[in-house]
Design a protein. Structure first.
Length: 136
């Protein structure tokens, strides 16, 4: 065996601290994300709360993932920038289906979104298809 990780496993919240839908403060997913994002920013615990993993795939379905920075959020969705000549831009041009993930480990929270993506004048815009919130 090359690597065994059981010795570095950290305990997570116990069963009485489980996240439930009643813990949502907003019914609309983007509003809920905004509240959680602001909590991550103002907590002082999360370095670069706007860092998100962006997963895309080629037209033939070969996946890739990299980190990008959230630039803006509005009622339409998430905005980020990537070099328009990059592999990520090429994949998004060929296949607009993508996913993003914010992971805020100190808050034991992650937010995942599936979306369609297209180029705006200066950024890519992601319009969420489904926004799912999962505790880590």
């Amino acid at each position: 065996m090359w690597l065994i990780c059981e010795d570095i496993r950290v305990p997570y919240r116990d069963g009485k601290d489980v996240f439930d839908l009643v813990n949502l403060t907003h019914k609309e997913p983007l509003s809920q994300f905004k509240a959680w994002f602001e909590e991550a920013v103002h907590s002082g615990l999360v370095h670069e709360a706007n860092a998100m993993a962006l997963a895309t795939s080629t037209r033939s379905g070969v996946p890739s993932v990299r980190y990008v920075l959230l630039k803006e959020l509005d009622e339409h969705g998430f905005y980020f920038f990537t070099n328009y000549e990059s592999r990520k831009a090429s994949e998004l041009e060929d296949n607009p289906n993508a996913s993003l993930l914010f992971y805020w480990e100190p808050l034991q929270r992650q937010v995942s979104s599936l979306f369609l993506c297209w180029l705006t004048s200066s950024h890519y815009l992601h319009v969420p298809i489904v926004v799912a919130h999962f505790p880590s």
